[in-house]
Design a protein around this ligand. Structure first.
Ligand code: F6P
Ligand code: MN
Length: 333
């Protein structure tokens, strides 16, 4: 039988070969991966586990929380509180940052997460996931919200789990992108794709087209040209896929290419787009760039955006490089 590489082995080998994953970062990633395993377990129970439906509360974004949003958030907070590698956490589901309680030792990292992405898909049994990002804490043991407001280029690790037909964990520590599949019998994450790469060209795009009447002209032009297919200026047909779970759409793009768009639109200029910079756009952009793709707001590289608020939203165009560059070019004045 060929030797299988587990997440632990991969992280230790990276440390030996590239010296880029210190022990405390490795332990932190392993704790997050273990929490994702626990979330996967609850997700897969569905109606048997009494985890479907709403929790009867709203999050800071004014969105109705699902039971699994709340549970996944609790699992991630609890799992990561005591490990000693973190100074604080921030979650899409929490209004304020979550400093590590004084009863636990503290570490030098900050963990940010969207505990359950795509939650409108929970009850209908479509892929959902967890997205996370790791930063260094610039303020030692006294983190504030300000400590989290770092450009995406400062991330030391980012990843996501997809709870789908297979449970996968996709990870970057700044040295390529690796995909691990959960072996439920062994309880371990097994490395199944090394160095994922996104083809520069694609004929597949993802956008919520029901917002078309609100789009700004560059997006209307770009999508219009894709829709025109062979008969239009692109001279080729394009296919559309939209799962309404960013993790699932981004994972498809990592596997076979594509462009994902959640643009800003005319509805509310104070709310550019729908996706959150710190919990969604930054970690996904780090992963996509590490796989050879590109990620912009339409005008700026996402990883260069200086965050102003913890729950800030940002327009997102990411995936196959040539398509992202084309639609970004359409935004140029
Ligand atoms: O977390 C936000 C999110 O659920 C993403 O996972 C997804 O890409 C998007 O919102 C879905 O948006 P819409 O409801 O417009 O389809
Ligand atoms: Mn989300």
């Amino acid at each position: 039988m060929s030797r299988r590489t587990t997440l632990t082995q991969y992280l230790i080998e990276q440390q030996r070969e590239h010296n880029n994953i210190p022990g405390d970062l490795r332990l932190l990633i392993e704790v997050v991966a273990r929490a994702c395993k626990a979330i996967a377990h609850h997700v897969s129970k569905g109606a048997l586990g009494d985890v479907l439906g709403t929790a009867g509360s709203e999050n800071i974004q004014g969105e109705v929380q699902k039971k699994l949003d709340v549970l996944s958030n609790e699992i991630l907070l609890e799992a990561n509180e005591w490990g000693g590698n973190l100074a604080a956490m921030a979650s899409e589901e929490l209004e304020e940052i979550h400093p590590i309680p004084n009863r636990y030792p503290k570490g030098e990292y900050l963990l940010l997460f969207d505990p359950l992405d795509g939650s409108s898909n929970i009850d209908v049994n479509v892929s959902i996931g967890t997205i996370f990002s790791v930063l260094r804490c610039p303020d030692g043991e006294h983190p504030t919200e300000q400590s989290f407001l770092q450009e995406g280029t400062k991330q030391v690790a980012a990843g996501y789990a997809v709870y789908g037909p297979q449970t996968v964990l996709v990870l970057t520590t700044g040295n390529g992108v690796q995909s691990f599949t959960l072996d439920r019998e062994l309880g371990s994450w097994v490395l199944t794709t090394r160095n994922m790469t996104i083809p520069a060209d694609t004929h597949e795009y993802a956008i919520n087209a029901s917002n078309a009447r609100h789009w700004y002209p560059p997006v209307t032009r770009y999508v219009g040209e894709l829709l025109a297919g062979k008969d239009g200026p692109r001279g080729a047909d394009f296919n559309m896929r939209w799962t309404a779970s960013m993790v699932a759409d981004v994972n498809r793009i990592l596997v076979r290419g594509g462009i994902f768009m959640y643009p800003a639109d005319k509805r509310d200029p104070s709310r550019p787009g729908r996706l959150r910079l710190l919990y969604e756009a930054n970690p996904m952009s780090f992963i996509v760039e590490q796989a050879g793709g590109a990620a912009t707001t339409g005008t700026t590289r996402i990883l260069d955006v200086k965050p102003q608020h913890l729950h800030e939203r940002v327009a997102v165009f990411l995936g196959s490089k040539n398509e992202v560059e084309r639609v970004t070019g359409y935004h140029a004045p």
